[in-house]
Ligand binder design. Structure first.
Ligand SMILES: [Zn+2]
Length: 270
């Protein structure tokens, strides 16, 4: 038996059940969450390997592709394509979602209005469409919902050793880099949650820090039943999640939030 197989068998023995669908289905594969392709040269952070059943791993391949595209889209620099893989990623997106790139591109009139609102001036030789942020489509909303759910369960498992239960609930608020552009490189929701105590670990591979591509902050209650996760993917997008292992407590938390702020709860259940 080769070392690769030995490592795999050891992983399956240590993590016998899929952590993405409630912990009752046997582990069949090793899932990388976030997907490896999101990282430059596929150098994903150490430790971000999770036990998954076949369904949970391969069922979200298309969503992984879209969040990879989104994470690598950088309105400020070419940092998202340091490894030169963007062409390949865009080609795959085009193959799986033939009309998506067209839908992501705002019309010239929309782009002009959007850039004016965001204070973006196209560089010389650049059109408003090329300079502006992408338009978020239904496919992208779906992909981020699926991905945010999986990453929440993965990080919950990593920090507590427990599988997120099927009757737990997750509320999501996500934002693209358009929010970064209007807010001097910061996400407004993170500013609101800044006072929350939490853990924001350094993410590394071979001693290289990867936090410029993916970073997160986890706040979790003593009983490990209520958590807030803030995650950011390069200059591409970010999200905040509130999750609860007993679903109805999350409903109560959101209802309370609405009463206290007098605003509609910005977190949508996924
Ligand atoms: Zn599963």
């Amino acid at each position: 038996m080769g070392m690769r197989k030995v490592r795999r068998e050891a992983f399956l023995a240590a993590h016998p059940y899929c952590i993405f669908c409630g912990g009752e289905v046997k582990t069949e594969t090793v899932e990388h969450c976030p997907p490896r392709a999101m990282f430059q040269d596929r150098a994903w952070p150490e430790g971000f390997e999770f036990p998954a059943c076949e369904n949970c791993n391969h069922g979200s391949a298309d969503d992984d592709l879209l969040v990879t595209l989104l994470a690598r889209t950088d309105p400020f620099t070419e940092a998202g394509d340091r490894d030169g893989r963007m062409t390949e990623i865009i080609r795959s997106v085009n193959q799986k979602f033939p009309d998506l790139i067209g839908k992501m591109m705002p019309t010239a009139i929309e782009a002009r209005a959007m850039n004016r609102r965001l204070g973006i001036a196209p560089a010389t030789g650049q059109t408003n469409q090329e300079a502006g942020p992408v338009r978020v489509t239904d496919e992208m909303h779906r992909a981020v919902r699926v991905f945010a759910g999986k990453l929440t369960k993965a990080i919950f498992y990593m920090h507590t050793g427990q599988v997120f239960p099927t009757d737990g609930r997750i509320g999501l608020n996500w934002f693209t880099n358009a929010a970064l552009i209007t807010n001097a490189g910061r996400y407004p929701v993170f500013d609101v949650l800044q006072g929350l105590d939490g853990l924001a670990p350094a993410l590394v591979r071979s001693k290289s820090l990867l936090n410029d591509q993916f970073e997160y902050k986890l706040s979790i209650s003593h009983e490990s039943d209520l958590l807030a996760l803030q995650a950011r993917f390069g200059q591409g997008f970010g999200f905040a999640v509130f999750a609860c292992t007993a679903g109805d407590r999350l409903d109560a938390l959101f209802a309370n939030l609405e009463v206290r702020t007098g605003r509609r709860n910005p977190f949508a259940l996924i």
